[in-house]
Design a protein around this ligand. Structure first.
Ligand code: ADE
Ligand code: ZN
Length: 339
């Protein structure tokens, strides 16, 4: 069996996916027409050609501009449904999705329009494709903690009944350390949310340590630069804190010049609970299995490594223990079936 078929057949979870980053150029064009939103592109090719970035901020500028075509509940539903279809085809059995409510409320789209559209599609996905899901709201770290609190308060009813399961931290990392959001994360923990944060993507290893120590996160998004601090690596490994690594994204934004130099294998060898994810697949050129295949081929990962990565994605998820065990058994069956 080839690597792609082997990976696709393994039950796995995607834990680092920005819904707004799954907005494919075709859908962007379609929603621009549907909502009569002016965009500076005439063709899908022109949009793709504009995706030239080598730094996080250049990417974010395009990403925030792109999401302006998302206006109605139906738009958020369609975007989420399209992503789920891809994820299910890639053999994802569970997804934990990010969305950026402030990216929408900041341009006049009510919180509920985004959240309800996404949640309706997630419910459909559970029913039709059997893919379970949790929704994580991210706060934008280039904005103030007070603005983050405003988003958190707006989410109150969704948090109270579990429709929003977690809080994350994303956007421009440089000069926006985790400590800026310490009070917000304490309040979110108090409210029962699971906590994650982007750290060590462009920021230093100390931001990874601070996300763990000051924000109390359950999981680190990216975490690549943690490798610069061996004592921190030992601590993350010892505590089993999962890293949601995004190989194709890293090639563009994280200073990885060539996939053969990607640190994923070093992370596994150091005992880190690394997982593979797609981050913003419409912008970085690949979904879940594409990310697995790219890094597996470049680093010559063997079947045992791929099984470990699939297991890590389940163990690092926020599923309950019974659901985790069910999927781990499924991975063992799938790997065993390949002989
Ligand atoms: N928002 C969407 N994708 C992101 C990334 N890779 N890093 C930080 N913020 C993001
Ligand atoms: Zn991300």
């Amino acid at each position: 069996m080839d690597v792609r078929s082997f990976v696709r057949a393994l039950p796995k979870a995607e834990l680092h996916l920005h819904l707004e980053g799954a907005l494919e150029p075709e859908m962007l064009m379609r929603l621009a027409r549907r909502n009569k939103v002016g965009i500076p592109f005439r063709t899908v090719e022109e949009i793709r050609a504009a995706y030239r970035f080598s730094e996080l901020q250049d990417f974010l500028d395009i990403y925030y501009r792109g999401m302006d075509v998302l206006r109605t509940e139906e738009d958020f539903h369609d975007l989420t449904a399209a992503y789920l279809e891809r994820a299910a085809a890639d053999g994802a059995v569970h997804v934990e999705l990010f969305f950026d409510p402030q990216g929408h409320t900041g341009r006049g789209i009510p919180f509920a329009v985004a959240a309800d559209g996404i949640l309706a599609a997630l419910a459909d996905g559970r029913e039709r494709q059997g893919v379970t899901s949790l929704l994580i709201m991210c706060v934008l770290r280039h904005l103030s903690e007070e603005e983050g609190f405003a988003a958190f308060r707006e989410a109150g009813p969704y948090i109270a009944d579990g429709r929003i399961a977690g809080l994350g931290l994303d956007s421009s990392e440089k000069d926006h350390p985790p400590a800026k959001f310490e009070r917000l994360f304490a309040a979110a923990r108090e409210a029962g949310l699971r906590l994650v944060a982007h750290a060590g993507e462009e920021g230093p290893a100390s931001y990874v340590a601070d996300a763990v120590d000051r924000l109390g996160v359950d999981r680190i998004d990216h975490g690549n630069r943690a490798l610069e601090d061996p004592a921190l690596v030992r601590r993350l490994a010892g505590r089993g804190i999962a890293l949601t690594v995004c190989p194709l994204s890293n090639l563009r934004l994280c200073g990885v010049p060539d996939m053969r130099q990607h640190p994923l294998k070093r992370m596994l060898d150091a005992g880190l609970k690394a997982t593979v994810n797609s981050d913003d697949p419409a912008y970085f050129g690949g979904y879940l299995v594409d990310n697995f295949v790219a890094v597996a081929e470049a680093l010559d990962l063997d079947r045992a490594d791929l099984v470990t990565l699939a297991r890590n994605s389940i163990e690092g998820s926020f599923l309950d223990e019974a659901a985790k065990q069910g999927h781990l058994d499924g991975i063992a069956r799938s790997a065993g079936a390949d002989g």
